[in-house]
Design a protein around this ligand. Structure first.
Ligand SMILES: Cc1cc2nc3c(=O)[nH]c(=O)nc-3n(C[C@H](O)[C@H](O)[C@H](O)COP(=O)(O)O)c2cc1C
Length: 197
């Protein structure tokens, strides 16, 4: 809020972390997650962070909010929007990504989310994204209508993780513009619009 005018301040920093949704050794999704994090961090008014699910301590002998990690929960609480980088595993998303997402609930409500699909095959993780969308909706997140699809990801980045095809930067830009718009709109709604108005 701008104290002088009493109007919401659209320039207030947004926090948009990127969740890397796999723990697989040698995961190529890491290069995609790093690229999107770097593109986000170049935008004015955005703070971001790469959340590597391999670094979030989550037990696998229980599930749901019972295993909430306080660090991850506070990142989700603070977030205005999320980017999820989701590799395609047998036409679905990774099991540990779902396990992590299931550990929070109220932290996500009325926040924007965009998904980056990654696959070795030609469909850019589309099937992983399509399967993830109803899960995100159930968590209270608001999905945007742009995705980023890294197909044949083994050819998109070189051995050092550098991007080989700059066309991806244009797609990421479009995706992030939409995500930021949705994040600002929903933040305004969370702060100024009552649910039962
Ligand atoms: C268990 C498993 C299942 C996979 N299933 C698919 C698939 O259904 N379609 C596809 O295009 N690639 C599939 N892949 C390949 C991944 O999409 C590929 O490894 C890609 O680089 C993204 O995953 P990564 O971040 O683990 O590398 C599979 C990989 C694993 C480990």
């Amino acid at each position: 809020m701008n104290a002088a005018s009493g109007m919401p301040d659209p320039t207030r920093t947004l926090f948009i972390p990127v969740i890397l949704g796999t723990v697989r050794q040698g995961r190529r999704s890491l290069a995609a997650a790093r690229l999107v994090t770097s593109e986000l961090s170049r935008r004015p008014g955005i703070e971001t962070e790469l959340i590597d699910i391999a670094r979030v301590p989550l037990p696998v002998d229980d599930a749901g909010e019972a295993i909430k990690d306080p660090g991850f929960a506070s990142q989700m609480e603070r977030a205005d929007a999320l980017v999820i980088v989701s590799p395609e595993y047998n036409h679905g998303y990774s099991g540990l990504l779902k396990h992590l997402l299931d550990s929070c609930l109220k932290e996500y409500i009325h926040k924007a989310v965009g998904v980056v699909g990654v696959s070795a095959g030609p469909f850019g993780g589309t099937r992983s994204i399509e399967n993830l969308l109803p899960v995100l909706r159930e968590l209270g997140l608001v999905t945007i209508f742009w995705d980023v699809n890294f197909s044949s990801v083994q050819t998109v980045f070189d051995e050092s993780g550098a991007l080989r095809d700059d066309a991806y930067l244009v797609r990421i830009d479009k995706f992030l513009k939409e995500l930021v718009w949705m994040a600002k709109t929903l933040r305004h709604g969370r702060e100024h619009v009552a649910l039962d108005e």
